[in-house]
Design a protein around this ligand. Sequence first.
Ligand SMILES: Cc1cc2nc3c(=O)[nH]c(=O)nc-3n(C[C@H](O)[C@H](O)[C@H](O)COP(=O)(O)O)c2cc1C
Length: 318
Amino acid sequence: MFLKKNNLVVAPLAGISDTVFRRMCKRMGADVVVSEMVSADGLHYKSENTAALMKFDESERPIGVQLFGSDPERLAEAAQFTYEYVKPDFIDLNSGCPVAKVVKRNGGAALLKNPVLFGKIVNAMARAVPVPVTVKIRSGWNKYEWIDEEFARIAEGNGAAAITLHPRSQTMMFTGHSFWERIAVIKKTVNIPVIGNGDVVSAESALKMLSETGCDAVMIGRAAFGNPWIFAEIKAALGGNDYTPPSNQERKETILEHIRAYRQTHGEKYAAGEMKKCAAWYIKGIPGANAARCKIFAAGSSVEIEGVVEDFFGNITD
Ligand SMILES: Cc1cc2nc3c(=O)[nH]c(=O)nc-3n(C[C@H](O)[C@H](O)[C@H](O)COP(=O)(O)O)c2cc1C
């Protein structure tokens, strides 16, 4: 099994959890990483851009590739292709994405409207590949109409090796708070490992989720934006060790490394656009960040973003 007790898992994050981000998190202490969601239809139609999302570096293992779609045969075919193409340690089914462009094609959280189809998909995927198939679900479509127990049972009964629960409803999108008590319920419902997800923002909240819900592992998404050190912070707390936050020098070096690796991996055009939000995340909360953020967004190239970052940290003493 790729997952161990108290593992820290990097969440699948469309447009963010690429190989550069994942390697950064891994280096800071993350144990398991998951690719952003990959379209089973895109793989079927041989989209090179879709297939490129699955590529990873050996240092990222154990890694899961997450697939989304709505047709059991197509997802089984996609799982098989994924296994043969990149040999991930596991394959995850996205049954939680709430965004319109995914649910209107019956994928992501829309699967929570159809337990029979969901079971068929998990079954077809689990039979298609020799690696574990996992599922990531939300707690339901409507707030307080929780159907996660039913779906967790179906997933387990059809061969899922682990379940990630993000205990919000589809209609909540990312608003309100995660209902962690649902994670505790699911942990009691199934015998396979349960990964808790939602609103872990610090070592304190990670430890709280583990102790309050009994979940086997914790998945972290948004709190790692511009803060891959969150994994080091939680790891230290789990081991009973002190944690020293990164110095400004380390923060600067990490941002520059991220920009350069991004440029190398995705090319200048993509890096210049996408690294704006990333660089802004990294400096959030540091005095002077607002003015620097404006300069970052006005930058015309990734090298210019590097210059703004250098200047910003040049004016700060630790
Ligand atoms: C920008 C963004 C992209 C996301 N992309 C995916 C995705 O591709 N697959 C998925 O299962 N969940 C996706 N999620 C949901 C996260 O994996 C996670 O479940 C959610 O953010 C809650 O965890 P957190 O509170 O630690 O962020 C995404 C969330 C965000 C904010």
